[in-house]
Design a protein around this ligand. Structure first.
Ligand SMILES: NC(=O)c1ccc[n+]([C@@H]2O[C@H](COP(=O)([O-])OP(=O)(O)OC[C@H]3O[C@@H](n4cnc5c(N)ncnc54)[C@H](OP(=O)(O)O)[C@@H]3O)[C@@H](O)[C@H]2O)c1
Length: 386
């Protein structure tokens, strides 16, 4: 038996009853609770992993709130969350060739690739029987692991921040740029304007854009996160100056700043991820032929837009999910070179994981929240664990 966090349908229902279904009042720490689980038996293609660190992810927030679907209920009343982790290989099944005991690996969460490689299901979310990694140990298939790039220049916590968010950003970027290039070739425009709204995925998306020579803009309410990106040459826009787009005048003011920053052109590519009031602001800030891409719906699941206006402006909306397995490996090549994540200043202890989830939910973190799961770290990573 190992200690692992669980979300039960009963805990979701009890918390919803306590707050009369007012999701703004939900205390996530009452829903994400420490539990235990028996590890599945090792098969010949499996790897026994000791989890060293994990990142706080918004799908856990969605599971605890049951705001997208009531996933704990759909999973039979209980689920073990956590689908972004870094761990030490303890032992391997007889068919495993890419990893050996002592190696350090990162996970991906593509739980069920379709025939083109994109996930039909996400591990530790809607993939049936999948067990997440907010746990001391786990047994996973070799196909779910990628060797951790320990010499990429990032520290251990920064590497642990990336297994879910970096492949998501990588996929969003290659799709958005590919779509834009169908409309406007390099012959006509080499350097494009790229906008991302606050959040870990958007930050990584903008790092890709900047690295490839484009102009990148980060519209966020967090001064710490804007300052971190400005060090990489990514221009910050204060979202709170526009009241997080509460009214039409706020969007007008924001659009005017975007026009000023881009010489009247607007944004050729926008990464949304949040929807809600952020969506119309992203559309208003778009240049002609623009692409608006998102893999998230943190503020709202649905969007409405003026189809005629989008046609006249030749806008494209694209919806993505998580990367393919090949894409996850390709994204990992860019750790440290392109992806330099901002990590929240406190590294949370395993016992403090519910508080980490609360602070991420309340948006009081200054970067991606990291939970240190193992107290003792193997010698191979001690020098990169500040
Ligand atoms: N489909 C996929 O595979 C996939 C993968 C990853 C994430 N996602 C989804 O994408 C969304 C974002 O994920 P993430 O990992 O980038 O999130 P994150 O790192 O946790 O960041 C969330 C950001 O939301 C912003 N925010 C919070 N409240 C806001 C409000 N009221 N108005 C505007 N902005 C607000 C904050 O930005 P500022 O305070 O800095 O403005 C915060 O940094 C989530 O819904 C997540 O589930 C999907």
């Amino acid at each position: 038996m190992v200690r692992a966090y669980a979300i039960t349908a009963d805990a979701v229902a009890a918390e919803r009853a306590r707050v009369n279904d007012d999701l703004d009042q939900v205390d996530i720490s009452r829903v994400v609770q420490l539990d235990s689980l028996e590890l599945p038996k090792m098969g010949p293609n499996d790897v026994h992993l000791r989890i060293l660190a994990a990142s706080g992810e918004h799908n856990v927030d969605h599971a605890a709130l049951a705001d997208t679907v009531n996933i704990a209920q759909l999973r039979g009343g209980k689920m073990y969350p956590g689908n972004s982790a870094l761990g030490e290989v303890v032992s391997v099944g007889e068919n495993v060739t890419r990893l050996k005991p002592g190696d350090i690996a990162i996970t991906h969460c593509n739980g069920d690739p379709d025939r083109f490689g994109f996930p039909l299901r996400i591990w530790a979310y809607d993939k049936p029987d999948s067990i997440g990694w907010y746990a001391e140990e786990s047994v996973v298939g070799e196909w779910q692991l990628i060797p951790a790039p320990l010499d990429c220049g990032l520290n251990l916590w920064e590497i642990a921040a990336l297994p879910l968010r970096a492949p998501t950003a990588y996929h969003l970027w290659r799709r958005a740029l590919g779509i834009f290039r169908v409309k406007v070739s390099r012959e006509h425009l080499s350097e494009i304007n790229v906008l991302g709204f606050g959040g870990g995925v958007s930050e990584l998306f903008l790092m890709l854009a900047k690295h490839e020579g484009h102009r990148a803009f980060f519209c966020s309410g967090s001064p710490e996160r804007r300052a971190a990106l400005e060090k990489l040459g990514i221009t910050g826009i204060d979202q709170k100056k526009y009241n997080r787009f509460a009214g039409r005048d706020d969007i007008k003011g924001f659009t005017a700043e975007v026009k000023k920053l881009t010489g009247g052109e607007g944004m050729h590519v926008v990464c949304d991820m949040l929807r809600g009031p952020v969506f119309p602001a992203g559309i208003a800030a778009s240049a002609r032929q623009g692409v608006n891409v998102s893999a998230g719906w943190q503020l709202s699941k649905s969007i409405t837009y003026d189809s005629a206006g989008a046609s006249v402006k030749q806008l494209t909306l694209d919806h993505t999910h998580y990367e393919t397995l090949v894409g996850c490996a390709a994204a990992t090549e860019l750790y440290g070179k392109v992806f330099k994540p901002t990590v929240h200043k406190e590294i949370y202890a395993f016992e403090d994981l519910p508080r980490a989830m609360v602070e991420m939910h309340k948006n009081t973190v200054t970067g991606i929240p990291i939970i240190r799961i193992a107290k003792d770290l193997p010698a191979s990573v001690r020098s990169i664990a500040p």
